[in-house]
Design a protein. Structure first.
Length: 200
């Protein structure tokens, strides 16, 4: 039997800003994405995370919001209701962008933590486009990746506990594209890190 050919994985760092804890009752207000790198049989190759990016601000899909969640992003719901992209158009454009940048590879969304961002992103993709370019499980959580390599319980992991050389020097601004780029750098560092005590 011939060996199955495995396509490379193209990792895309995604960050979302939302006005509540779950999609549907609450809205994803913005999302940003940055290509972090590609992994094939020869290993991982980082990308310049500012080179291939995507960003949209979205019209809210409901009247409900949690003020504390909205305050994190600093986005104006009234402005977005007037000027934000229609979710169906924005998510279709995003899907096309993912297919373009991942030509010849399988796209994988990566996030920190992926659970929150993936919940909104996947729900929006299915709700507004009917499909996901990542499939139903094409996501990787950076917290889990670090916990595994560091030999730590997942709940013990926070960026503040990570070795400084793993972290991006960029600020975490809660602007979705800024944070996607910052986290793409963290992801690339994690992918090549050999664990505690390894040479820099």
């Amino acid at each position: 039997m011939a060996a199955r050919r495995t396509r490379p994985s193209l990792y895309i760092s995604v960050d979302i800003e939302a006005d509540g804890p779950i999609p549907g009752p609450y809205s994803m207000l913005s999302f940003g994405a940055a290509v972090a790198g590609v992994q094939d049989a020869d290993g991982f190759t980082p990308a310049d995370p500012q080179e291939r990016t995507f960003y949209r601000e979205l019209r809210p899909i409901s009247e409900e919001f949690v003020p504390e969640a909205l305050a994190v992003s600093g986005l104006d719901r009234e402005r977005l209701a007037r000027e934000g992209s229609e979710p169906a158009s924005a998510l279709a454009e995003f899907s096309a962008w993912v297919r373009e940048v991942s030509a010849g590879a399988q796209p994988v969304m990566c996030g920190y933590p992926a659970s929150y961002d993936w919940t909104f992103l996947y729900w929006y993709l299915i709700r507004f486009t009917g499909t996901s370019p990542f499939g139903h499980s094409g996501c990787l959580d950076m917290k889990t990746l670090y916990a595994t390599k560091a030999g730590l319980p997942l709940r013990a992991v926070a960026k503040g506990t990570m070795p400084r050389e793993l972290l991006s020097r960029r600020r975490h601004t809660h602007h979705a594209l800024d944070d996607a780029v910052e986290q793409a750098e963290l992801f690339a560092n994690l992918m090549v890190w050999q664990g505690p005590g390894s040479p820099r």
